[in-house]
Design a protein around this ligand. Structure first.
Ligand code: FAD
Length: 568
């Protein structure tokens, strides 16, 4: 995780230095706890019922993750009278929402739609998102969609009330929606607080406004506190009591008297977890939005440790949405299509390069880890991803397709108007150049490139492609009229491996966002929202905001008997 930037660090509500003795004193002052627990990690959760945990802090509602689901959850809980602590492992708030385009798919006939004369209803949202003829809606949990649809207008009003501003022009929804419902939030006005400034990261305006409102309403935000386990009365029974976090080298236990809301943002960055749904997704596939946010499945794992179930898992592999994407920024490790960390971003030190923005896929060929072409480069469909991840002869690593390299020449650089030097490219494993193709092949070294590429194979691939340009037809993969030969040195190889994006499945919840266990019972006091919640495959922000808000409200209104933990 990166270092804080100047004044952002001072917005941490946690004590500046997490001093163990200070925490113990605070815990004692709160009248809770007896003996400090030893050790950390998920197993702590199972040692919980013996009353041995010292709580360092207490709040009615504890939210894990200060991102797109977590911030509305915190605000809604405060609006309903609960005290709230939000923890986030990062040095700043916002999660992936901070780096998002801020395109919120929200409708149902809210005030802005009315102003723009867009006809929409909650019923139409429901009907769109239970469509059987569209991959993104086919596997929806229809009970969740019903509530989602019914809560759209109230959620729009909630955003406006909490300071979020929208550009008053809709964007057509590219998915199951039949009505214009995408409205873009205005970018945050302070560039140094945007993380990836000057790149239309309009989502910064969503999360910064919500942060502002949450703080104003009294929610406390503890940054650099990584949740490692959820504490439940008994390992697989009873209500949840609190969470264990790690802050630096300190264990900090936070008690929740009413509810705990998991809003940790999904699992895409957890190789072991994501391979439950798709075994092809081995380690060479990077996660969009890193290094700012890691989607590590921490919420799902902590909840599953105390009995939670996953839900609607078919959504993860529907082969139509953005679980995996083609990068448009090549020659760097995290080259997601719209996200660029410029050199003045606090993340640049870790990201190391901006990448070269591709304007025309005709300017290159893609080769796999053996130096062979495998598909039509212009295609960005799931057929392309299937080919990129296809088995290509590796005798040791049978899953995953290995790295994909874009190969091009000096003329392509001119056409694209690239400057193929740092800070645009990362020569430490993700970008290479040489005067001959054989030399280029020999230079390619990357942790995921297990075998050297044969110079002869790469030369053959380029020769064959050049012959297709002469013939005006791609006899192998039907690229529409291949236009440019690759023949003018220097030659280049740039990392162009597909990158992972959306988490489309997660924890099972009911329509109040309460987490359900593997036997179908509510885990009392535990909630989930955002990409850590399963249910349906709508891309991004809106489902996170809607269910975050519902979770916060429901948790705050819970009535809990202090002694037994029974829900009244
Ligand atoms: C480049 C990019 C562009 C996007 N553009 C759009 C768009 O225009 N429209 C759209 O609808 N969607 C968009 N999305 C998707 C959208 O940003 C996400 O769907 C949304 O942010 C998910 O919200 P969340 O609350 O589930 O997770 P996040 O917003 O990522 O928040 C999760 C938070 O949990 C924290 N966390 C994780 N683990 C722990 C732990 N163990 N302890 C403590 N804290 C933890 C993280 O640090 C993070 O702050 C985009 C995503 C990316 C990457």
């Amino acid at each position: 995780m990166g270092k804080p930037t100047g004044d952002r660090a001072s917005k941490n509500d946690a004590p500046k230095s997490v001093d163990r003795r200070k925490f113990l004193a605070q815990g004692a002052a709160a009248g809770v706890g007896a003996v400090a627990i030893a050790g950390t990690g998920a197993r702590d959760a199972s040692a919980q019922a013996n009353g041995s945990i010292r709580w360092d802090f207490t709040a009615d509602v504890v939210v894990i993750g200060a991102g797109v689901a977590g911030l509305p959850a915190a605000i809604a809980a405060r609006d309903n009278g609960a005290s709230v602590i939000i923890v986030d492992e990062n040095f700043d708030i916002g999660g992936r929402g901070m780096l998002s385009g801020g395109r919120v798919q929200i409708g149902g006939g809210h005030a802005l739609q009315q102003k723009l004369n867009i006809k929409d209803t909650a019923e139409q949202i429901f009907l769109d998102w239970v469509r059987y003829d569209h991959g993104e809606s086919r596997f929806s949990d229809r009970d969740l969609i019903r509530v989602f649809a019914d809560e759209n207008v109230a959620t729009y009003d909630f955003l406006i009330e909490n300071g979020v501003e929208f550009i008053e022009k809709p964007i057509r929804s590219p998915d199951a929606s039949t009505v214009d419902r995408i409205f873009v939030t205005k970018e945050w006005h302070i560039p140094s607080e945007i993380i990836a400034p000057r790149r239309n990261r309009n989502g910064s305006g969503l999360v910064r406004r919500l942060e502002q409102s949450a703080r104003k309403k009294g929610a406390q935000i503890f940054l650099r506190h990584k949740m490692t386990s959820i504490v439940r009365e008994k390992h697989n029974a009873g209500r949840v009591l609190g969470i264990t976090t790690i802050n630096g080298s300190n264990v900090v236990n936070i008690r929740a008297t009413k509810g705990i809301i998991i809003a940790t943002g999904g699992h895409t960055g957890n190789i072991n977890f994501r391979r439950m749904f798709d075994p092809r997704l081995t380690e060479e596939y990077q996660q969009a939005c890193e290094p700012y946010v890691h989607q590590g499945a921490d919420g799902e794992l902590a909840a599953m440790d105390i009995g939670a179930s996953l839900w609607a898992t078919a959504n993860q592999t529907i082969d139509v949405a953005a679980a995996i994407t083609k990068t448009r920024h090549i020659g760097c490790r995290w080259g997601y299509s719209s996200l660029v960390y410029e050199p003045d971003s606090p993340m640049f030190r870790l990201a190391r390069a901006t990448g070269l923005t591709v304007r025309d896929w005709q300017d290159m060929i893609f080769v796999n880890q053996n130096g062979q072409r495998f598909w039509n480069e212009v295609d960005g469909s799931h057929k392309f991803f299937a080919a990129a991840m296809g088995y290509n002869g590796d005798k040791v690593k049978l899953n995953g397709g290995g790295p994909i390299w874009a190969i091009f020449d000096a003329e392509a650089v001119k056409r694209e108007k690239w400057n193929p030097q740092p800070p645009h490219v990362d020569p430490d494993g993700y970008f290479y150049s040489a005067d001959t193709l054989a030399e280029l092949a020999g230079k390619i070294k990357n942790p995921h490139q297990k075998q050297p590429i044969s110079g002869a194979t790469l030369q053959d691939s380029v020769n064959r492609y050049n012959s297709f340009v002469t013939a005006g037809a791609d006899a192998d993969f039907k690229k529409p009229t291949p236009l440019h030969k690759i023949e003018t040195p220097p030659f280049y190889a740039a990392w162009a491996t597909p990158i992972l994006h959306d988490t489309m499945t997660g924890l099972r919840t009911n329509t109040d966002s309460e987490v359900i266990d593997i036997r179908g019972e509510v885990i009392p006091g535990l909630y989930s929202a955002g990409e850590s919640q399963g249910g349906f495959a709508q891309h991004g922000l809106t489902r996170c905001i809607v269910f975050g808000r519902l979770a916060g409200r429901h948790a705050a209104r819970r009535k809990v008997a202090e002694t037994s933990g029974t829900r009244l």
